[in-house]
Design a protein around this ligand. Sequence first.
Ligand code: SF4
Length: 240
Amino acid sequence: MRLWRQPERRGAWIQAKLKILLTILSVPMDSETIRQLFSRLQTLRPHPTTELRYRSPFELLIAVMLSAQSTDKKVNEATERLFQAANTPKALLALGQVSLKHYIKSIGLYNTKAINIINTCTLLLQRHNGDVPRDRASLEALPGVGRKTANVILNTAFGEPTIAVDTHIFRVANRTGLAPGKTVRDVEEALLAATPDQFKQDAHHWLILHGRYRCTARNPRCADCPIHDLCDYPAKREGN
Ligand code: SF4
């Protein structure tokens, strides 16, 4: 007999169908569930931050520029030596492109990144007295700096409530139903609209760390996930 014809199992059947329907319609979470989700992530990591090592906005900018399609670990290994040799726009220009490449050659796309870093240093000196600007337009005008990098700098170096969407955050936002979207920009806007103000400053780091270590692309660790009961992912695992 079909499930929906069995009275004792009809409730479960309706629930399952509703869940599929909500997923198809990409209905985001309700506000109380979102508040709970961030509360739990906050309890686990009260003071989340980037895993990139930096001591100034300029060092963070260079580290984030290097981190595209690379791991934070690899970037930290390279910048540890690089920043000892040069950690200001002036010093990096004096170091020169050839020497810069030597320090970052273990990182993917290092040729292009070296060119962008040198050109960025030139612009920082020409337009901003060697400082990293605190506004989005000026940041995005720097070579190799897109919206995501600008969001990270504004959030992590300057404490602005921006949310940079990378591959981890894109996945978590869509899987959980927190802020579904087809594009990175859609997800960023949905996250900004859905995240309560009190959590906006740290949302980027909570979500990125959750995606990197728990809600991984291939084998999400659903069984010991702190937001398991709040997550709408139809394929979430119960006991892996
Ligand atoms: S339950 Fe699984 S899919 Fe949902 S957020 Fe947790 S790890 Fe990700």
